[in-house]
Design a protein around this ligand. Structure first.
Ligand SMILES: [Mg+2]
Length: 173
C-alpha cells in the first residue's frame, strides 16, 4: 500500500547528507525543495549552513537547483542570494514541470535527485519524474498554511512506511 510514497532514502535533514552519498549514487544534479527543507518558509535570506552546503555541492561537482511550489518572488530572492538557479511554482505533486526542467537541461533522470520534506508533494513529484527522492523531516515546526492539509496525509503515511522499514537511512544507500 502507498508504494508511490516510498522514497529512495530518508534523512533527518538535508544538512546531514554527506556529499559522498550523491556521488556514490551517480547524482550530478540536486533538486532541492525550499520551504522546510532548506529553511523555514519565513526565512528570506539563506543562513550560513545553507550557503556552505551549496558551496560544498558545487565543489563536489553536483549542481543544486531549487524546485519550489512557492511563488517566484519568494523563491528568486533566496536562490539569487545563494547564486543558484531555481524553478518556482513547480506544482508538485505533479511532475510535469520537473520533467520539462530535466528535458530543457538535457538531464539523465538517473543522475538527478530530489530532496524534500513532504510525502504529498516532493516524494510523489520526484517519483512521478522517475528520479530518486530523499525524504527529510521538517527543519522547523511551523508550516505555511497551504501545507497544513498535506500534513494530514503525510503523517500517517510516513508512520506507515517507517514502521515497515521503508524509510531507509541515506547512510545505507
Ligand atoms: Mg517543503
Amino acid at each position: 500500500m502507498f508504494k508511490k510514497f516510498i522514497p529512495f532514502a530518508h534523512s533527518a535533514s538535508i544538512y546531514e547528507i554527506e556529499y559522498d552519498f550523491y556521488k556514490r549514487n551517480g547524482i550530478k544534479t540536486l533538486f532541492m525543495d525550499l520551504d522546510n527543507t532548506l529553511d523555514s518558509f519565513k526565512a528570506k535570506h539563506p543562513q550560513e549552513r545553507t550557503i556552505n552546503y551549496v558551496k560544498g555541492l558545487i565543489e563536489n561537482g553536483i549542481k543544486p537547483i531549487i524546485i519550489s511550489n512557492n511563488r517566484p518572488n519568494r523563491v528568486s530572492g533566496y536562490a539569487n542570494e545563494l547564486g543558484i538557479e531555481f524553478l518556482a511554482s513547480a506544482r508538485k505533486p505533479f511532475s510535469r514541470r520537473i520533467k520539462a526542467e530535466m528535458s530543457k537541461r538535457n538531464l539523465d533522470p538517473n543522475e538527478v535527485m530530489l530532496v524534500g520534506d513532504q510525502m504529498m508533494t516532493d516524494v510523489l513529484a520526484g517519483r512521478g519524474a522517475n528520479i530518486k527522492v530523499v525524504l527529510t523531516e521538517k527543519i522547523v515546526k511551523e508550516d505555511q498554511i497551504t501545507t497544513h492539509f498535506n500534513r494530514l496525509f503525510d503523517r500517517p503515511i510516513r508512520k506507515y512506511h517507517k514502521k515497515r522499514g521503508n524509510l531507509v537511512d541515506w547512510r545505507n544507500k
